[in-house]
Design a protein around this ligand. Structure first.
Ligand code: NAP
Length: 264
């Protein structure tokens, strides 16, 4: 792994989550980090908390001191921010811009050509969760594999689909909250209902995590006819409860594609 300094153009929620992850990783913690000066409070908080995190005087200084550059501003300002900068052909550039395709970003960063698209999520700070990468690269994959589960996409359009999948976050947390609240309303103490429900969901996911994913179809079907699980499954299915999730994802990808059309 050849990255000595990784620089961030834009020090927002995602950039700081990535930096927390890097600095919390035994393998990556010595990596030097350069951040933009723009979000001054967040930048100086990162610099005072961690060794080898420097607040640059300008976005250009971030580039001039970094081998890898992460573009982490919001998409509407990205082109004007990035086009102002002078890249070198040695730079490796990682775009986390949710609604900008590589073809657009490539034209802003010449003469740099090593360009990757990545979708980390804020829980990268805890060094967990999926990190979409396109295209494949051994060095980038190796670095980020210390920060989560890197999944390399074969085509850029697949990155859009993973973006859409992240739109189930609030709905999923709402399911957990609804279940825990039901427990409370029916007599479980508040803390215990939540504690039990979260532990139960965690255990269910652990049954299909990693190389156990082929268990999922069996686990979906494994229930006693007329039993409690069967009653819940049939009631939710009869109200279209599961189909609604696919409908929600259809609506999310439609918005994502509309943002691309308006965003390039
Ligand atoms: N957050 C997520 O869950 C998530 C997930 C996947 C991908 N992404 C992508 O990650 C990128 C960053 O998202 P975010 O949630 O971190 O947004 P954010 O919190 O709004 O961060 C963007 C940062 O860019 C800064 N900025 C604006 N103009 C700048 C300039 N000229 N020079 C340097 N910095 C500038 C902003 O500073 P000010 O606050 O001063 O304006 C802010 O600190 C976006 O492109 C988004 O699509 C985010």
């Amino acid at each position: 792994m050849n990255v000595k300094t990784i620089g961030f153009i834009g020090t927002g929620v995602l950039a700081s989550s990535m930096i927390h992850g890097i600095k919390g990783s035994p393998e990556l913690s010595r990596t030097r980090v350069a951040v933009s000066p723009r979000n001054a409070d967040r930048a100086s908080e990162l610099a005072s908390r961690y060794e080898n995190v420097a607040v640059a005087r300008s976005n250009q200084e971030v580039l001039d001191t970094s081998d890898w550059v992460v573009i982490s501003v919001i998409p509407p300002v990205a082109e004007s921010v990035v086009r102002e900068l002078r890249f070198s052909s040695d730079h490796t550039v990682i775009s986390v811009l949710a609604t900008k395709r590589l073809s657009a970003v490539r034209s802003w960063i010449s003469p740099a050509v090593r360009l990757f698209r990545m979708v980390p999520m804020p829980f990268i700070s805890l060094r967990t969760g999926p990190i979409t990468l396109y295209p494949s690269d051994d060095g980038v994959k190796e670095f980020f594999s210390h920060l989560g589960h890197v999944i390399v996409m074969d085509e850029e359009c697949q990155v859009e689909l993973t973006n859409a999948i992240t739109s189930v976050t609030n709905a999923t947390y709402t399911i957990i909250k609804t279940v825990a609240e039901w427990g409370e309303e029916n007599g479980l103490p508040q803390g215990k209902s939540l504690d039990y429900t979260i532990s139960y969901f965690e255990a269910m996911l652990s049954q299909i995590s990693g190389n156990l994913s082929d268990r999922l179809p069996r686990l979906v079907e494994e229930r006693t006819s007329g039993g409690m699980n069967d009653i819940v499954m049939k009631l939710i299915a009869s109200h279209g409860g599961f189909d609604l999730w696919a409908d929600g994802l259809d609506a999310a990808i439609k918005k994502c594609r509309a943002d691309y059309c308006g965003g390039e």
